[in-house]
Design a protein around this ligand. Structure first.
Ligand code: SAH
Length: 347
């Protein structure tokens, strides 16, 4: 049995053609799957009954199941844990901003990047998510929002996993979500975050989808960055910044650098000065994020004063630095935290 959730209209039409089913049926089916919340082929009541039965013998449209749902106290953030057909799990977060609804999606079950501050990598990589599993995280939330007359306005590829290590499936999912027969998401409304896989960034700049790129920088020198992000040993800062700059030039999209502030590790005036020197002259902005402490790691948040001082040093040197508004800290919304809690509880 083929699970067709995640297929494009063209792929479905080609497969239906082999069964002698006309092309317009593919249009009807994809709209049921991606716009009308159908969870069974039998529910597609503008298809003849016989055809539904015939299709149900060959195809399923199974989606991941939501096995846990947490609402933040202020109601602005909802975190879902999705379970896939083989029992793997991944997190998805809905954030209701004043400017619209944003969904943060995962691209892998687990992660193999080994970043010192991140909960997603604690149990290693289980597997890549398929394009259908990635897209389903957004489609499920779009279905839910539709009931209240709302929609998904933007997505951030910042959940568990390294998206550029699962390049083909991630790009296929983003292209699918852009289609008018799904949710018609604008590429400008998509931000992809990477730990710094240089060949992936180069490939993405040639892909012809003008999405925004966000680089998880977190340290201003190779020495410190290699300590907390092993990926830096393979793709050091100079190569990473070169790739990011050329991405900005090719796509005309501004690159954002994420910088988690960790007490006494990377939050000093010296690091702020080094960071400003590193980014001087670039069309770039820095997003400062006080670390969301992960119980398993001995890394702590800087004081408010240290955060302000860091931001001030950057601004004095004409680097735009915003402090990320934190959402969902009370519901373990930092990368991988909910999944770990459930894994450890033996669920
Ligand atoms: N692998 C990709 C995307 C997933 S991580 C990447 O590295 O960018 C998404 C963002 O969450 C990254 O900027 C990452 O550094 C950040 N993050 C991970 N653990 C965190 C923590 N404990 N506190 C705050 N941000 C964290």
């Amino acid at each position: 049995m083929n699970n067709i959730f995640g297929w494009t209209k063209e792929a479905l039409a080609a497969s239906l053609k082999e069964q002698g089913v006309p092309r317009f049926r593919a249009e009807q089916i994809v709209r049921w799957m991606y716009q009308r919340g159908a969870v069974s082929l039998h529910a597609m009541d503008n298809l003849p009954k016989g055809l539904r039965t015939q299709l149900a013998e060959r195809f399923s449209i199974m989606r991941p199941q939501v096995i846990s749902r947490l609402h933040s106290a202020d109601g602005a953030t909802i975190k879902l844990l999705h379970e896939f057909a083989d029992g793997q799990t991944a997190e998805t977060v809905l954030m209701r901003h004043s400017y619209g609804n944003s969904v943060c999606i995962s691209t892998q079950a687990g992660c193999r990047m080994g970043c010192a501050f991140c909960a997603s990598t604690l149990h290693g990589l289980q597997r890549n998510l398929t394009a259908g599993e990635i897209a389903a995280q957004v489609i499920g939330i779009a279905d839910f929002l539709r009931m209240e007359g709302a929609r998904v306005d933007t997505i951030v590829v910042m959940g568990s996993g390294e998206p550029l290590e699962n390049y083909d499936n991630v790009v296929a999912a983003l292209r699918l979500l852009h289609e008018d027969y799904t949710i018609g998401l604008s590429y400008r409304g998509i931000t992809l975050s990477t730990s710094g896989i240089v060949p992936g960034i180069e490939r993405l700049s040639e892909e012809g989808i003008p999405i925004s790129l966000s680089i998880s920088l977190h340290a201003p020198t190779d020495e410190l960055r290699s300590q907390i992000m092993p990926v830096n040993r393979m793709y050091p800062l100079a190569a990473l910044l070169r790739a990011a700059c050329s991405y900005a030039e090719r796509t005309k999209r501004r690159v954002t650098y994420e910088y988690i502030l960790i007490r006494d590790l990377n939050d000093g005036v010296r690091e702020a000065e080094q960071l400003a020197a590193l980014l001087r002259g670039q069309l770039a902005s820095v997003n400062l994020i006080p670390i969301n402490p992960v119980a398993e790691r001995q890394l702590f948040r800087p004081s408010k004063a240290a955060v302000r001082r860091f931001q001030h040093v950057l601004e004095e040197r004409h680097i735009t630095a915003t402090l990320r508004r934190e959402m969902g800290t009370d519901i373990q919304a930092a990368c991988g935290q909910l999944r770990n809690r459930l894994m450890e509880a033996g669920l």
